[in-house]
Design a binder for this molecule. Structure first.
Ligand code: ATP
Ligand code: MG
Length: 439
């Protein structure tokens, strides 16, 4: 089973084998999804990344050696098959392969820790323990094909708009917002932290003259609570643009989300069908709801929300019932937003911050940022932070910092909104939560 692959190269994926290839020779590679041995005829279902194809082995049409060899194959073994394409109305895709040669590339132990046909229900924890097997199910792999398409679409869109993709450090000396929720680590003889957000770095890039930057990278948050929408390691899509305000940033965000969903709708039809998702491309502009209005709505539905409070989970749920789809919450009180958020120009009590929501789920937070050094230092002090510990960040505001704005989108939350997932863990290959650090 350690033979070379010489003369064994895949010619097609299973879903590419169509009736038009009738009579042609093909070579497929994949896993044994199911075996049906009816005595004189064996049906092998070969599964690869993109589908399932039937290999039909009638004892009369193949050599006795090949028949015996195939008879011995076990579920989830890895094989390569060379054979002829035949029409077969009863088989998936209307075609089957009559094998000429089979190569066992690797065996699989039985019993499997997880059923790969999806016929038996498994709890998410069991599935995550054997994630590689879980991913052999099409309704699981579809999520990651869609997530990949979203990233691809976002990168394409931002490149078209002249954004530069950057990479900022994830090993950092101090907290972004001075808050908790940080993972401390040992950095040689010092203490350091895993980055919770590229916020300060992307702002420093505004002073570099790059103008338009984005980053897609992990963020680490030591959230202790166990929820269906928080991870301890998530992927953040961060963007920052010089010479713009929050209105510009909301506009690019809704355009980007519109485009990503349009691309998924156009290019992931099969995956959406597998997931049973009837994806509607949202219209833009998304509705804007002022924070004051949110307070009114939430209270009117019998959930207490005091002015100046962040949305509780109950408040988010109320909003999710009132607002269907994507919407912005604007006009947040300056007091509950981070120090770098620009206070409103007419009323400094209300900030230039916004959140993008999908029903009851926060997808993104963004804002116009403060670019004045003095105001920034003042805001830091008001929030109880020590400007001295932000020296290198503050320096960027002394020597020509343009006005700027931006946002951060949680890639997993965005994926949840697209496919309608209830649990964020469905959208991460190997989720990290309070209880889970392996695999
Ligand atoms: P929440 O209030 O829902 O915990 P947040 O306001 O703390 O989120 P931000 O700091 O605004 O989050 O981060 C920007 C975006 O990053 C969020 O809107 C969300 O999409 C995503 N995000 C933040 N924290 C997490 C997390 N723990 N797990 C998954 N995604 C996250
Ligand atoms: Mg937020």
């Amino acid at each position: 089973m350690t033979d070379s692959l010489e003369n064994w190269r895949r010619t097609h994926y299973s879903n590419e084998v169509k009736k038009e290839l009738k009579g042609e020779k093909v070579l497929l590679m994949g896993w044994i999804h199911e075996m049906r041995d009816l005595g004189g005829i064996i049906f092998v279902l070969l599964r690869d990344r993109d589908g399932i194809i039937q290999i039909t082995v009638p004892s009369k049409k193949v050599s006795p050696e090949l028949f015996e060899e195939i008879k011995k194959l076990k579920k989830e073994a890895v094989i390569a098959v060379k054979g002829d394409v035949q029409e077969s109305p009863k088989a998936p895709n209307g075609v089957e392969i009559i094998p000429e040669e089979i190569k066992l590339l690797n065996e699989s132990e039985l019993p499997l820790p997880l059923d790969t046909t999806g016929n038996t229900h498994a709890e998410i924890d069991t599935r995550l323990d054997s994630r590689f097997l879980d991913l052999r199910k099409f309704d699981v792999s579809a999520i990651f094909k869609i997530k990949s398409r979203i990233f691809h679409s976002i990168r394409k869109f931002l490149n078209e708009r002249g954004y530069i993709e950057i990479n900022t450090p994830k090993l950092v000396a101090s907290a972004t917002e001075g808050g908790t929720e940080l993972f401390p680590i040992t950095y040689f003889e010092r203490e350091a932290f895993l980055g919770q957000s590229p916020q300060l770095y992307k702002q420093m890039m505004m002073a570099s003259g790059f103008d338009k930057v984005f980053e897609i990278a992990p963020i680490f948050r030591a959230e202790e609570h166990d929820t269906l929408r928080h991870l301890n390691e998530a992927t953040s899509i961060d963007l920052e643009t010089a010479f713009t305000d929050h209105e510009d940033s909301m506009k690019i965000l809704e355009e980007l989300i519109h485009r990503a969903i349009q691309d998924v709708a156009d290019e992931c039809k099969e995956e959406l069908e597998t997931l049973g998702v009837d994806l509607k491309v949202p219209e833009i502009p998304f509705p804007r709801v002022d924070y004051d209005e949110v307070v009114e709505i939430v209270n009117s539905k019998g959930v207490l929300m005091r002015y100046g409070e962040d949305l509780s989970r109950a408040a988010e749920k109320v909003m999710g019932e009132v607002m269907d789809g994507y919407y912005f919450i604007t006009g947040w009180p300056t007091a509950i937003k981070p120090f770098y958020v620009m206070p409103g120009f007419e009323n400094p009590e209300k900030s230039c911050a916004f959140d993008l929501m999908y029903r009851d789920l926060e997808i993104s937070s963004g804002a116009m940022r403060i670019h004045s050094y003095d105001l920034l230092v003042q805001q830091m002090k008001e929030k109880g932070l020590n400007p001295a510990s932000f020296e290198r960040y503050l320096q960027a505001f002394k020597y020509g910092m343009p006005p700027h704005s931006g946002w951060g989108v949680g890639a997993e939350r965005l994926t949840m909104s697209v496919i309608g997932a209830k649990n964020i863990r469905e959208t991460v290959l190997f989720p990290r939560d309070r209880r889970r650090l392996t695999p």
